[in-house]
Ligand binder design. Structure first.
Ligand SMILES: Nc1ncnc2c1ncn2[C@@H]1O[C@H](COP(=O)(O)OP(=O)(O)OP(=O)(O)O)[C@@H](O)[C@H]1O
Ligand SMILES: [Mg+2]
Length: 512
């Protein structure tokens, strides 16, 4: 049996309908069989009673044996066979002064029919007794018969002498009518049962479908909710089960109500999460913004004190230069944090045509100047590649990627920047043949403050925010950023929609 055919895999609807039908079939079969059996018994009892009455006429005190044998049978055919010592005999028909075969089927209102020798043999072979039994009289059909012993006056046809002898008369009544009645009744019961089965099947299917409809709607709501993007960003969850399907008095209503309560709960939790996320973002943005001014002052005063003409002790000079460099680093960090907080809050970006080819050339030349020990290569298309976006941010993406390729690889590494068109997209990739990103780090590379051990120990000023900014900027432009890295080959690929002459689609404001 395949899995789908197993009842445990059936839908609730199929299970309910087939259970009801099975129950109906069992009940209707039992009732039908009982009715037909009872009808058969009643009719057979009636025939047996008629046979007993007829036997009484032959043997009873008032039996007039001088008259032709007759008895009160039911309508239809009746069987009358006289047997003498087991032989079918002809008895004189005293009414007409002749003889007639006594083995005959007499019909009310019609001439009697002579039994065939085969039928007479069947009567004799059946061993009929005083209790009614059923025999098959070949073409004449089934008969209910009894044997009655009684005395009768028989005339010897040779001598003409009449004597009283004991003979056995088999009297019988046809079962044909009874059988026909029972058959008709059985057919009627079967037809009615069949019609009832179809009706019950259709009605059950309709009722079950109608009653399970609310459950389907509840399931639909649950499916819609499960497809909502709930993991990040501002989530508005308006989906609820219709109030009509939340009636506590019904089982389906209880499911609907429970789902609605769960959705209320989840909605509340999501709103709280969203609010707390917004507060944290706001705090980071405010804090970074506030830090800018004192940092600018520190840098300013450090620079001022460097310009001081009075001789300054070497230790103080060193301390002042450290203050200056660290405050530079902190300024960069604060700027990065501020930028990330702004991108997170989904603040709209500038929307202007940006020539990525030109940006690649400029940033490459800066990187070359900053890292003359690396080998820098540029692979540009013949035509300019434009995207719509914020030039400063896209420039920063390239700067960050190139800075990484310079700072996290040894001298002599070859770094290639490639700009190409791919369908309606512009694909910019920065690849290097350096040692690659540590495998543990790779899945989390775009998360904030993720940096490799080498960057922690060796590289000055590494914060682990560079790639999260790259990712946030590309995503905010509706683009896609991917990374592939193995020892000897690391490649960051950025894919953005190429700007066309048509009005560009509105920029999505994405908060990661
Ligand atoms: N081209 C590369 N080759 C090898 N490792 C890299 C490369 N680019 C990035 N990494 C690894 O990924 C980490 C994260 O890079 P990310 O730019 O986010 O931070 P960072 O460079 O350490 O600091 P910063 O915020 O100053 O950029 C780096 O610390 C480094 O270990
Ligand atoms: Mg970096």
């Amino acid at each position: 049996m395949t899995t789908a055919l197993r009842p445990s895999h059936w839908t609730l609807r199929t299970k309910l309908v087939s259970s009801v039908l099975l129950l109906f079939i069992i009940i209707i079969t039992a009732i039908g069989a009982l009715t037909v059996w009872q009808l058969h018994n009643t009719l057979a009892g009636k025939i047996d009673q008629q046979l007993a009455n007829s036997a009484q006429q032959l043997t009873g005190p008032g039996a007039d044996r001088g008259d032709p044998l007759s008895y009160q049978g039911g309508g239809g055919d009746s069987l009358h066979v006289d047997l003498l010592a087991g032989t079918v005999v002809y008895v004189p028909d005293r009414q007409n002064g002749g003889t007639r075969p006594s083995a005959l089927i007499s019909r009310l209102g019609a001439a009697p029919t002579q039994l065939t020798p085969a039928q007479i043999n069947a009567v004799r072979a059946a061993g009929i007794g005083r209790e009614p039994s059923t025999i098959d009289l070949a073409r004449a059909g089934d008969y209910r018969v009894v044997a009655v012993q009684h005395s009768a006056h028989l005339q010897n046809q040779a001598t003409g002498i009449t004597s009283e002898q004991t003979i056995t008369t088999v009297i019988g009544l046809p079962l044909r009518d009874t059988e026909a009645t029972v058959r008709t009744a059985a057919l009627a019961v079967a037809l009615l049962s069949g019609a009832g089965l179809i009706l019950v099947g259709l009605a059950t299917a309709y009722l079950v479908r109608r009653n399970l409809e609310p459950l389907r709607r509840v399931a639909e709501t649950a499916t819609r909710v499960s497809n909502l993007p709930l993991s990040a960003g501002e989530v508005v969850m308006h989906e609820r089960v219709d109030p009509a399907d939340t009636d506590e008095r019904t089982e389906v209503g209880q499911v609907g109500l429970a789902l609605n309560q769960m959705l209320d709960n989840v909605d509340g939790a999501l709103t709280a999460r969203q609010e707390s996320e917004t507060r944290v973002r706001q705090f980071v943005a405010d804090a970074s913004h506030e830090l800018r001014t004192p940092l600018a002052s520190i840098r300013g005063y450090a620079e001022l004190s460097r310009r001081e003409r009075e001789p300054v002790p070497t230790g103080v000079q060193h301390a002042m230069s450290r203050i200056e460099s660290e405050s530079d680093r902190m300024t960069a960090l604060v700027e990065d944090l501020l930028l990330l907080a702004r991108l997170d809050s989904g603040r709209p970006l500038e929307r202007e045509p940006v020539d990525v080819t030109l940006l690649a050339m400029e940033t490459m030349s800066d990187a070359h100047a900053a890292g003359p020990d690396h080998r820098w290569k540029l692979d540009l298309p013949d035509e300019p590649m434009e995207v719509v976006g914020d030039e400063a941010r896209i420039r920063q993406v390239l700067i960050n990627l190139l800075a990484n390729a310079r700072r996290h690889t040894p001298a002599g590494t070859e770094v290639t920047t490639r700009v190409a068109a791919d369908g309606g997209d512009v694909v910019v990739s920065v690849s290097d043949d350096g040692p690659g990103i540590e495998p543990d780090l790779l899945p989390h590379i775009f998360e904030r403050f993720t940096r490799g051990d080498s960057a922690r120990t060796r590289t000055e000023g590494s914060t682990g925010l560079g790639l999260s900014i790259v990712h946030a900027v590309v995503t905010a432009h509706g683009g896609e950023l991917t990374v592939q890295s193995a020892p000897g080959s690391t490649c960051f690929t950025m894919r953005m929609r190429r700007s066309s002459q048509e009005t560009p689609a509105p920029m999505p404001s994405v908060a990661p």
